[in-house]
Write a protein of this length. Structure first.
Length: 147
């Protein structure tokens, strides 16, 4: 592993492939990811960059591991639990364990963010019909979420 990974312009880094957000499903829209640092067992963390195109969104999900997110491009909104937050450059978002969350690019610009997670982490859980009904019963949340 190189000691430095050079920035090559925009929100891209030398030798870091731009990957599909996830391999399957239609529960997200217009989002990509780059794995910037895969920390391995000694660091125990992975740093990723996600970019959501205008009108796009991440998956509505929850899981046992936490997320630490920093917005570095554009602005938008995110759901954390039962609250919708407006987010913009340099904002920090903490997503606790087993908390429903979703990010959306709600302007004409892409929304880009760094996400720090455990290297070893559990798989995301998507909401079942009962959880969707509970979320949709919350007025602002029901309008915000995309499935």
């Amino acid at each position: 592993m190189n000691a430095i990974i050079r920035h090559v312009g925009g929100h891209r880094w030398n030798g870091v492939p731009v990957l599909n957000y996830k391999e399957e499903g239609s529960h997200f829209k217009a989002i990509s990811r780059q794995v910037l640092f895969k920390g391995g067992p000694k660091l125990g963390a992975e740093l990723r960059y996600f970019e959501i195109e205008p009108g796009g969104h991440s998956t509505l999900e929850r899981h046992d591991h936490i997320h630490s997110v920093m917005i570095i491009r554009g602005c938008g909104h995110c759901l954390v639990g039962d609250t919708i937050y407006e987010i913009t450059g340099n904002d920090l978002i903490h997503v606790p364990s087993m908390t429903w969350h979703q990010f959306r690019a709600t302007t004409d610009d892409p929304l880009g963010f760094l996400c720090l997670v455990n290297v070893d982490r559990d798989r995301p859980e998507r909401p079942d019909e009962a959880n969707v009904a509970k979320l949709k019963a919350l007025p602002k949340v029901g309008e915000f979420i995309r499935l």
